[in-house]
Design a protein around this ligand. Sequence first.
Ligand code: GDP
Ligand code: MG
Length: 344
Amino acid sequence: GGICLEGNPVETPPLEILEKGKDFINTYFKSLQGAKRPLNEVKVVLVGEGGSGKTSLVKRFFKEPFYENEPQTHGIVIKDMKVKVNEKDLIVHFWDFGGQEIMHATHQFFLSLRSIYLLVLDGRREDKTEYWLKHIESFGGDSPVIIVINKCDENPSFDVNRKWLIEKYKNIKAFYKVSCKNGYGTEDLISKVFEELSKLDYLKVMWPEAWFNVKFKIEELTCDYISHEDYLMICRDEKIYDNESQIALLGFIHHLGVALHFDEIGLKDTSVINPRWVTGGVYAILNSEILSKNQGILCLSYLEDILDPIIYPRDKHHYIIELMKKFELCYSLDGNNILVPDLL
Ligand code: GDP
Ligand code: MG
């Protein structure tokens, strides 16, 4: 028989632990014997076509002024907010993805299961609403989705077929018509987002104090990647000695998007990596002129021109290419050339 976890919500091990089996579950409970508290940390992921108003909406959350000529977002911008909802202190990470290509290409690096999605539509034109809803389904699991119809100052009559969409996509929680320009509807939307956040089950997941300390140390790193041995050292400094906990915690940190770790790419010197670093590198490659000039074929020696040599030294090129291969963003043609298929 399985382990019965019902009726004991606070002590339910998180999915990441459950998936890994009995040894992990035991270790998890053992590590919780000391001081512990709920993680209370979530992601808000903004998706939608470039120019629909994602960045302008994030600014509304942060009470920053609207800007007519908001520049296009490059890569991803992650902004953090502390907020009190229903007596709970939450940390909310806003993930604002840049252009459409980077979204397609790199969203899959981040397991965004512990998230809430805001699908931002441009109310001035017909949008690929369903296209994005499918994208959310494939990467966000059953994360809640709120549909934001923006720019209603310019086209107040635009709407989507709400009834039909709700039938088809069960995770849609609400629709909001807003204007990030004049502020119409934004306050209601923001309240709704916080309300949905506070309902998320995994806010109840308990974390031992030592895990928080490791996460904090990784957040504070000034370098873009550390070796696996360095990661283990951080764990040991916090008295996390057993292998199961070390691995489980790394999985958690990856799911939260604090740092990324890909088991399959067995490069020990590049184990725990800054998400902005890797997306920045992939973005530079996908958008490079050489690539489009050569119909998607890239000679690896060109990476030295494409990537900033200080941020992406030569010995890291291999890692970025391996990652792109893993996510089928490129294929090896031979030892020296890769093919990047048309992403759209
Ligand atoms: P993103 O690419 O999805 O991040 O979109 P931005 O937030 O950068 O917005 C794209 C453009 O639309 C910018 O020029 C914004 O000033 C403009 N914009 C954003 N929200 C609104 C809105 O509610 N009304 C109008 N009229 N323009 C908006
Ligand atoms: Mg933007």
